[in-house]
Design a protein around this ligand. Structure first.
Ligand code: NAP
Length: 216
């Protein structure tokens, strides 16, 4: 997969802004997408690098790589509103989580464990190369992660080997040791299922800057 320099990010929240700033600081041409692009005016002014705001559809068309960073509940409807054609052949980094806060903290999941949001995204976008990535870490640590034990590998999964190699290259650019690949997109069942555990660990440790890691 040739190196992609245009990134479209569907979202206007903490994840979209953090990843958008991280890509822009590394020379990527970034567009964030929102139902209300005007609310990103301050972010586009303050952020260094080539950044812009548009609709979800404009951001999807802009990106050679597209990041999905919307509220989990809204992920499928946002993809429907854009249309699958805008994602065909592209690497789609899916950072979403199907979190259910209806019973308060810590959250549960509204999909799982015989399906996942990552698989639903891949089914919505059959011609895209969906890689689940960034969903298992708080936005504060997504770019230039700082951990006492050094940068670990970040959990990913997806069906396309080239797309996962391109994802790992992005992770390394962002300061991660690399990717911890747990297989096909069905691995999203488990990368999403660990997020309620991540919340419980955060409550216990009183931080949102931690990450779950395998050591041996
Ligand atoms: N926050 C974190 O640290 C973190 C870490 C890992 C993964 N995640 C996951 O990453 C995703 C983004 O998280 P976030 O905290 O940055 O933001 P968020 O508050 O979960 O989502 C904000 C985005 O969702 C869109 N949205 C919400 N309801 C919508 C609806 N009904 N229709 C269309 N769009 C809708 C918003 O669109 P508008 O721009 O139009 O308002 C906005 O772009 C989530 O799935 C979250 O679980 C978050």
């Amino acid at each position: 997969m040739a190196e992609a320099r245009r990134v479209g990010i569907l979202g206007s929240g903490d994840v979209a802004r953090r990843l958008g700033a991280g890509f822009a600081a590394r020379g990527y041409d970034v567009m964030l997408g929102s139902r209300e692009p005007k609310k990103l005016a301050a972010w586009t002014t303050e952020t260094k690098g080539k950044v812009a705001a548009g609709t979800f559809a404009q951001a999807a068309r802009h990106g050679e790589v597209v990041v999905l960073a919307v509220h989990g509940d809204a992920a499928e409807s946002v993809l429907d509103s854009v249309g699958a054609a805008s994602f065909a052949g592209k690497l789609v980094l899916d950072a979403t989580n199907p979190l259910d806060f209806s019973r308060g903290m810590p959250p549960g999941l509204f999909v799982g464990t015989s399906d996942s949001l990552g698989e639903r995204v891949q089914r919505k976008l059959p011609a895209a190369k969906v890689v689940k990535c960034f969903n298992t870490v708080g936005n504060q640590q997504m770019v230039d992660p700082k951990f006492a034990s050094g940068p670990p590998r970040l959990w990913i999964c997806g069906n396309d080997a080239d797309a996962k190699r391109a994802t790992e290259a992005i992770l390394k650019e962002f300061g991660w040791a690399g990717a911890f690949d747990v297989g096909g997109i069905d691995g999203a069942r488990w990368l999403e299922a660990v997020v309620p555990l991540w919340f419980r660990a955060g409550v216990a440790l009183n931080t949102w800057e931690h990450v779950l890691q395998v050591v041996r």
